[in-house]
Ligand binder design. Structure first.
Ligand code: CA
Length: 226
């Protein structure tokens, strides 16, 4: 064999090896992608948002003001999440109303949407105070969400018109927003509250803060590598 032919054969072999290696790498990457956890991002247009608008990670709670577990989540997990991730600018947080407890869920949602519409700055405080007003778990089936109760909670905010709030609740003027939330929780197959989604990934156990941290940290890492 001539020297040049030999060289050519070697080069050809090397090229073939490189191509095969590339194919293996690409198909491996695809395999990794296929085993990725399913995600469905939530369209948060018009929803309240706590934290930096452009934070790399978004946590969404699908919650119900009448749900005792949501009250517990707000007391046990949410403050930690805010301290560790929202205040640092890594995470922003949103809340979508779920209506699993009938008329009272609707009343509370109508009121919350009214407060958010009137003054987004006081929304999260009002939100917390509605949950604070929820009776202890054993009595949560008692009727406690009423227009009067919501007016009373909102009365401490000078930017919230009591008259507007009453009209929004009793006249269902904010029902359009509540319906948007309803479409969202149906589209995301929410079957229990609270349901927590991180960048569209549903957390298996919302009360497992370690799982929440793990997913947030992975998402932050992925974003910083983009
Ligand atoms: Ca909403």
């Amino acid at each position: 064999m001539k020297k040049t032919t030999m060289k050519f054969t070697v080069i050809l072999t090397l090229v073939a090896v490189v191509i095969i290696a590339a194919i293996v790498v690409i198909s491996n990457k695809q395999a990794v992608k296929e085993t990725e956890i399913p995600r469905q991002e939530v369209d948060l247009t018009g929803q309240p948002l706590l934290g930096e608008k452009d934070a790399p990670v978004t946590v969404v709670e699908f919650g119900d003001f009448k749900c005792p577990s949501c009250k517990a989540w707000g007391e046990m997990i949410y403050p930690q999440l805010v301290e560790d991730y929202v205040l640092t600018g890594d995470v922003n947080f949103s809340y979508v109303n779920v209506l699993f407890h009938g008329n009272e869920s609707i009343l509370a949602s109508l009121g919350a949407e009214s407060v958010y519409k009137q003054d987004p700055k006081v929304y999260w405080d009002f939100h917390k105070k509605v949950f604070d007003a929820q009776p202890e778990a054993a009595r949560h089936d008692d009727v406690w969400v009423t227009t009067e109760k919501l007016l009373e909670i909102a009365s401490e905010y000078s930017t919230i018109s009591q008259e507007q709030l009453r009209q929004d609740i009793d006249g269902e003027l904010t029902m359009e927003q509540v319906d948007i939330d309803k479409e969202l929780f149906i589209a995301h197959n929410v079957s229990q509250t609270p349901t927590i989604k991180i960048n569209g990934i549903t957390i298996e156990n919302p009360f497992d803060y370690e799982e929440i941290k793990e997913v947030i940290d992975l998402e932050l890492e992925a974003k910083s590598n983009e």
